[in-house]
Write a protein that binds this ligand. Structure first.
Ligand SMILES: Cc1cc2nc3c(=O)[nH]c(=O)nc-3n(C[C@H](O)[C@H](O)[C@H](O)COP(=O)(O)OP(=O)(O)OC[C@H]3O[C@@H](n4cnc5c(N)ncnc54)[C@H](O)[C@@H]3O)c2cc1C
Ligand code: FES
Length: 282
């Protein structure tokens, strides 16, 4: 196998794919909650992706085709090599014997929640994994999630599968039915994490969130990923990506994340034009 070769590629939905990359030095050290930064080619931008699993020299990441770089990444196939693949970066999730925990994953966040749930389960915790999707046809990793927890609850916004509603609705239902959680992990869109934290704060449940702000160097040098946590400036790439959700200033992160929206939309359009407009259809 060649350095950073894509050894395996699996299409999970028309918009989400999984690749396993030959990177034995990264695979040896990787732990749940950490991420890599890759470049597709020499001139490409650096993008962070969470390590979904790592073994036998292979690092698996799951990506959503959202803009220029993830579309370019998706243009590669088994046997192609990435230009670089740096990691593991960030602090691993603190995996302790906590008791009964709920792990919430929102959409693609389920790919990031999966290794966290698996590690917590292996550490002896009772893990309720609550995965939310817009509709049934975009549910991913159901089998893998089922194996990584004690009980799996799938939720869909439109009620086409599982619980009808958001992951926060299911969590609230479980809490109201008398389930006591010692800790909650919420991983997904900023709005979902923000509202999960509001709920757990009301019930006094310590909550960890996984923050994904824009990152450039991933080593604490550029300051791009800074967050306000409990009134202090933290860098998600080196101090996180996990933080105490009750201390994160979500409104500030949401505003910062919108800064590059126009530029990203133009980059995506440019890339889709180059591909003849058909990339998102698989
Ligand atoms: C620690 C961390 C872990 C992540 N894990 C995953 C993962 O496992 N799977 C996955 O699909 N995505 C993950 N992301 C988000 C992923 O990095 C972006 O989707 C990707 O950079 C988009 O690039 P693009 O050029 O395709 O799209 P663009 O059009 O450039 O951006 C689309 C959206 O992606 C986000 N984004 C863009 N550039 C960056 C950047 N340099 N850093 C962070 N976010 C960015 C922004 O929210 C933006 O609105 C993670 C982000 C971070 C910070
Ligand atoms: S990405 Fe540059 S400081 Fe975190």
């Amino acid at each position: 196998m060649k350095k950073y070769e894509i050894v395996n590629k699996r299409v999970l939905t028309p918009e989400i794919s999984q690749i396993s990359v030959y990177a034995p030095l990264v695979a040896d050290k990787a732990r749940a909650g950490q991420f890599i930064i890759l470049r597709v080619d020499e001139e490409g931008e650096r993008i962070p992706l969470t390590i979904s699993s790592a073994r036998d020299g292979l690092v698996t990441v799951i990506y959503q085709k959202i803009g220029g770089t993830t579309l370019a990444l998706d243009g590669l196939n088994e046997g192609d090599c990435l230009h670089d693949f740096v990691g593991p970066l960030g602090r691993p999730t603190e995996v302790e014997d906590l008791g009964r925990v709920a792990v919430l994953g929102g959409g693609l966040g389920c790919a990031i929640a999966l290794p966290v749930a698996r590690a917590l389960h292996q550490a002896g915790n009772r893990v309720d994994l609550i995965g939310g999707f817009k509709t049934k046809d975009i549910v991913i990793l159901e089998e893998e999630m089922g194996q990584a927890c004690t009980d799996l609850y799938i939720c869909t916004d439109d009620g086409s599968y599982g619980y009808h509603g958001f992951v926060t609705g299911k969590l609230e239902e479980l809490i109201n039915s008398g389930v006591h959680y010692d800790h909650v992990f919420a991983i997904g869109p900023l709005m979902m994490m923000k509202f999960a934290c509001k709920l757990t704060e009301r019930h006094n449940i310590p909550t960890t969130v996984s923050m994904n702000p824009i990152m450039i160097d991933g080593t604490g040098m550029c300051g791009c990923c800074r967050l306000n946590v409990g009134g202090e400036v933290k860098f998600a790439c080196v101090d996180g990506p996990d933080f105490d959700g009750h201390q994160v200033d979500f409104d500030e992160v949401i505003a910062r994340n919108n800064t590059y929206k126009d530029f990203e939309a133009r980059s995506r359009e440019k890339h889709l034009c180059r591909l003849g407009g058909g990339a998102m259809n698989g």
